[in-house]
Ligand binder design. Sequence first.
Ligand code: SF4
Length: 757
Amino acid sequence: MIFDIEMIESFYKKLDSRILEIRKRLNHPLTLSEKILFSHIYPENKTKPYSRGVDYVDFMPDRVAMQDATAQMAILQFMMAGKETTFVPASVHCDHLTLAQSGAVADLKSAGITNKEVYEFLSSVCNKYGIGFWKPGAGIIHQIVLENYAFPGGMMIGTDSHTPNAGGLGMIAIGVGGADAVDVLAGMGWELKFPKIIGIKLTGKLSGWSSAKDIILKISGLLTVKGGTGNIIEYFGEGAESLSCTGKATICNMGAETGATCSIFGFDKAMTEYLIATGRKDVADLALKNIDHLTADKDVYADPERYYDKYLEINLSELEPYINGPFTPDLATPISRMKEEAVKNNWPVDVEVGLIGSCTNSSYEDISRAASVVKNALSQKLVARTEFTITPGSEQIRSIAERDGFLDLFRKIGGEVFANACGPCIGQWARKDADNKKVNTIIHSFNRNFSKRADGNPNTHTFVASPEIVTAIVLSGKLTFNPITDILINSEGKEVILEEPTGLELPPEGFGNVESGYQKPVHGKNVEKIIIATGSDRLQFLTPFKAWDGHDFLSLPLLIKAKGKCTTDHISMAGFWLKYRGHLENISGNYMIGAVNYFNDQTNSILNQLTGSYDTVPHIARAYRDSGSGSAVVGEENFGEGSSREHAAMEPRFLGVKVVLVKSFARIHETNLKKQGVLPLTFLNKDDYNKIKEDDKIDITGLANFAPESQLTVTLTHSDGTKEKFQSIHSYNESQIEWFKAGSALNIIRKSKNKNV
Ligand code: SF4
């Protein structure tokens, strides 16, 4: 079955005329990213020569994907929009909440019990709103999207940072927060600053132990974790065309580690073959008919430095395998230098666990190449020297890896196959004999290796490499092992050398018919009542926030004056709190608990002006809300940087915070606050931050004339009765001011109920 083929046909039908129109308006050769972005401007007739890195533009992506942890709040919000179905096709994937502990069968059973009410809720809302639902065990969101939904030239958003994986099939695919997903699901334009574009030309061809993973490991080192921010990375060149479709997806997936908006490859033969192998010949045919629109123009490739904002070239023939880490994915070390770097940095070289798979690296090519290393090792009487785990990306991949004997090979060296889910990649790993303090080393083929991410232990040194290099290191037990040059001693005491890995891009016997774990939605009208158990601590229906009462904000007690960095993690912590992602009241118990109080340098200890005592931030925020006054929050620079999670904006709204006044905002958090009806303001003069005292009452006046570019007056009343006044500014446009007045953006959407504009 080809999902949403009507939508894909309709997209390609219009593509030719849209590109013609774009050419007329822009009048210069087009990169691939421009072709896709401009053909998704919303509404269509608003196309004009937007400036990269400057203009904010509304887009209408073709589809939305959500994983189970983030889908809960996204869908709870969407339910308040009052729509009967989603405006674009959407899917939900049960992958993040499955704990990897005792192997696939037992772990899925236990996830089914622990997360029963969340799964039932998601399944029923998917049915009600016509959303595709992928049950636990079906696979990881990005692998499922690649196998089923992605199409060249399309545009999608997903509530997960590695959504760019679909760039391997020529799609602009961007990771977003739940509130953004709601915009698109409800038929509103989705706003994004028009990205800059980095062009990377791949020349030469991979060989031996080098793989697609090594390309992105090298690029992560070149660009660092910030270098891609605000950019799309566009790959091209004969090296790009020599890569498999799934290899391209690996590169796009891990491109998120450079901060890039997304990454993309032009449509080519490898994509055609992958589409056909995964049962989508019709999509391949449509793409082939439009091939000129699915790559950049020849002039761009001929003179890339002129048309890309930044340009790099990498020769794949010279690329050696990389190992990145520890603690950050951009610390890239070519394998030939690992011995020297490990000694220099005192990294523990005895590896305890090697993990392969995840949404990043569990293609047929990855698994078959890792299996070829194991097969050769077994024939040379080598044994594994570390624990070894395999996390398939989907049931489709798992079943053919089983059928073709790869999983058996892994089991022969002690490999344990986990469920087709995120597991160890997102800290959902009950690591055997875990010691939360022990200094140790693990190596995996996932994408992120920040402190504590895999097993919660801050002393675990996590390194990232390709599946074949991870497998070789499992056989040696040493981080410093280089299979290109080093020998191993086998169980008979003989010296042996591992042969280079071999693999196949696609299964020669096809993907076969697999029970995929997909639940087709029953489209249409109120087919199912959504039930959340009374007293549930995981899920809670949302109620609309109240509209603005038309008055200035007067006498708001200062809740907290945050000092220094205040990211979305400081505002709404993850870890333990993840389980409350679908319960606004419970998750609000973490509001600002990581922020440092300017007045005592402590976290989660602030003055309660009602009692004169010190207490936690959420507790006092509730007290101010319940007293009827509400409260104000003050912060410093780039307030709310980090993820786009909407909880960081919903929590203050729920707790009665009316205004957040800072030196500067991270843009996404500022927009999220506006969407939820909290007033984000910026000091006109940053030094006014210093005037705010711990027991101040704060007035915000001028709201009657609230308009784009207007200023609002802040008046501080100190406890000795003296007052100080200064000006604040804001970045609201006219429609955002309507959000404020209505109480939230969702309240506006609800007004246009089912117009599906
Ligand atoms: S496998 Fe890892 S990177 Fe992929 S979606 Fe899951 S948590 Fe994210």
